[in-house]
Design a protein around this ligand. Structure first.
Ligand SMILES: Cc1cc2nc3c(=O)[nH]c(=O)nc-3n(C[C@H](O)[C@H](O)[C@H](O)COP(=O)(O)OP(=O)(O)OC[C@H]3O[C@@H](n4cnc5c(N)ncnc54)[C@H](O)[C@@H]3O)c2cc1C
Length: 557
């Protein structure tokens, strides 16, 4: 930190450009908190900067009614500390936002991490100083930090997206985004509310507010295959069982492809008779969360005919729940199969459309023309509202990283280097940006986020330790390794099971963004394989350098 700003004291007074801190973490979500903990435990001096006013990341910002996990609570929480696992009793199988925010605050205090954190500190820029092999990180208030390593744990769903619909500024009522829901309660009682968007957030919000509002109009562009979350409280017996099974749970979560406890099914859809399949689908419908994807028929995502049988079952469910046949048809996806989009999980979503105060507008049939002073105009006419809620998602994958103002070697800007989409190695680093890591960023894996983000944090920590302990000042991926990883991500995105029609996974919900796959379909198994190879080969896919200017300094540590 430069003179005149608050923060850690300069650790090494021998050079004016020496880093103030070894590891600077950006973002206090579940990834950044774990990174801060791991880096400090590894003996680094640490500092964390967070744009928001508190701990939690996703679970700090998404306070909208109905916001909750689609991952089982105890599979989402940290596994690095048995005492932590034992002492925190999740109340529900799928915790709501307030409980998760409390949990993450508990972790921060339990491990005494808060003193390393600075809130309301949005990072505006980060530039690599080559001679010093250090990053200069600037916060929007002008304060500066010098760090050997920067870990941007800035999240893939942390920059809310609002479509550029004309007239938004003219609306006289209140506008909210689910991803920036105010901390103080929003009173929707008796008000005329529009919800735009029926992705994972919108379909959680709609049933949660329907009873309270005067009227609720849901604007849907894309119908999604929503299935019941089947949430319930965790009983005392289940709490005891979770504790008894900790080692087995940890082993499964740390090694499984998607980071869930769900057991995969070994049969194909057509190995069963029609009656058996129907009975199986009823069990799936009643099963918790993502198991409809992870424990469904083995060929669900590989055989279109198999997927069709599940979609037909779901369509029949929707028709049986929603009383108005026209509304039911609008709610049934016609443009994608189950699993091609991120499947949302719901509690009473379809039932909500039977309420007299709730209506659905299909914006494919009657597109939104503009927001007016009084409401929303579609090609069908104008409706008046008191509140418009934008449940329109995020600038997924690269949104936060590209807004960090990152400049690597030779002043190369990250947004220029990634102009055609992200290029990464292991989804943690990019060539030409030494000592800059982004666990939980694009190209990571897919599934239960904290599990594979945690794998990445472990790898990043080990890489920083390796560099330090071997006297290297800088570590960055070999461009050839980066090319191979990025090509692998792109190749797999074109294969089955593909998420081919999902604009979200390819970033094309944001106009002007290159169509590039932002997850990594090869997932954790590939990540594990590569990490094992890298460690065994002494970081062969990385370029490790000693900077002459800082050699004596490094050696003196
Ligand atoms: C409503 C919702 C529900 C979800 N449910 C699940 C689920 O059930 N299971 C699952 O696996 N995943 C879920 N996710 C995905 C979720 O984002 C991840 O599980 C996880 O929270 C990611 O953690 P993170 O720490 O990587 O990022 P985040 O939690 O997004 O944290 C990133 C932090 O970085 C900060 N930041 C960004 N840019 C800057 C900057 N320039 N300066 C300073 N700070 C900055 C942000 O303010 C934010 O606090 C959900 C996401 C949403 C939005």
């Amino acid at each position: 930190m430069r003179p005149g700003s608050s923060g850690p004291d300069a650790r090494d007074g021998t050079r004016p450009d020496a880093p103030d801190v070894d590891v600077l973490v950006v973002g206090a979500g579940i990834t950044g908190i774990y990174q801060l903990y791991r880096a400090r435990e590894a003996g680094f001096s640490v500092q964390l900067l967070e744009a928001g006013g508190g701990v939690g990341g996703t679970w700090f910002w998404n306070r909208y009614p109905g916001a909750r996990f689609d991952s089982e609570s105890y599979t989402y929480g940290y596994l690095f500390s048995r005492p932590l696992f034992d002492e925190w009793e999740w109340q529900e199988h799928f915790a709501a936002q307030p409980e998760t925010e409390r949990y993450l605050n508990h972790v921060v205090d339990r491990f005494d991490l808060r003193r390393h954190m600075r809130f309301d500190a949005p990072v505006a820029s980060a530039g690599f100083d080559e001679p010093a092999a250090a990053w200069t990180v600037t916060v929007t208030d002008g304060s500066m930090y010098r760090a050997r390593f920067v870990v941007a744990a800035t999240g893939v769903l942390s920059v809310p997206f609002v479509p550029d619909i004309p007239g938004r500024d003219e609306f006289r009522g209140e506008q909210l985004h689910t991803g920036r829901w105010p901390a103080e309660p929003v009173d929707l009682t008796g008000r005329r509310v529009a919800v735009i968007g029926t992705g994972s957030s919108g379909v959680q919000l709609v049933p949660a507010i329907a009873d309270e509002v005067g009227s609720l109009t849901v604007y849907q562009r894309t119908a999604n295959w929503c299935t019941p979350l089947n949430n319930r409280p965790i009983t005392a017996d289940e709490q005891a069982q979770l504790r008894a099974d900790f080692e087995a749970i940890r082993e499964t979560l740390n090694t499984s492809a998607h980071g869930f406890l769900h057991e995969a099914h070994d049969r194909g859809a057509f190995a069963d008779s029609d009656e058996e399949r129907h009975a199986f689908y009823e069990r799936m419908w009643a099963s918790p969360g993502f198991s409809k994807l992870t424990s469904n028929y083995a060929d669900l995502l590989f055989d279109e005919a198999a997927n069709d049988t599940w979609c037909e079952f779901l369509a029949a469910k929707i028709r049986s729940i929603v009383r108005d046949p026209g509304t039911a048809e609008k709610l049934i996806p016609k443009d994608h199969r189950f699993g091609e989009h991120r499947p949302p999980f719901v509690t009473g979503y379809y039932e909500t459309f039977n309420a007299p105060n709730v209506s659905l507008v299909d914006t494919r049939q009657t597109p939104i023309v503009r927001v007016t002073r009084r409401g929303i105009e579609t090609t069908d006419g104008e409706r008046e509202f008191d509140v418009i809620v934008w449940a329109t998602g995020f600038d997924f994958g690269t949104g936060a990283l590209l807004r960090l103002g990152v400049r690597g070697r030779g002043g190369l800007a990250l947004d220029e280097y990634w102009a055609d989409g992200p290029k990464t190695f292991l989804g943690v680093q990019t060539a030409g940006f030494p000592n800059f890591f982004f666990p939980g960023g694009p190209h990571a894996a897919a599934g239960n986020n904290p599990r594979y983000n945690g794998d990445q944090v472990d790898f990043v920590t080990d890489a920083m330790v390796y560099a330090r302990d071997h006297g290297f000042d800088a570590i960055e991926p070999d461009p050839a390794a980066e090319d191979a990883w990025t090509a692998m991500v792109d190749r797999n995105a074109a294969r089955k099971p593909s998420f081919g029609t999902s604009s979200y996974y390819f970033g094309t919900n944001v106009p002007g963004k290159p169509r590039k796959y932002l997850l990594n379909a090869a997932g954790r198994p590939k990540l594990f394989e590569m990490i094992a190879e890298i460690v065994a080969s002494d970081y062969q896919s990385f370029i490790l350098t000693r900077t002459p200017d800082v050699e004596s300094e490094t050696a003196s540590r």
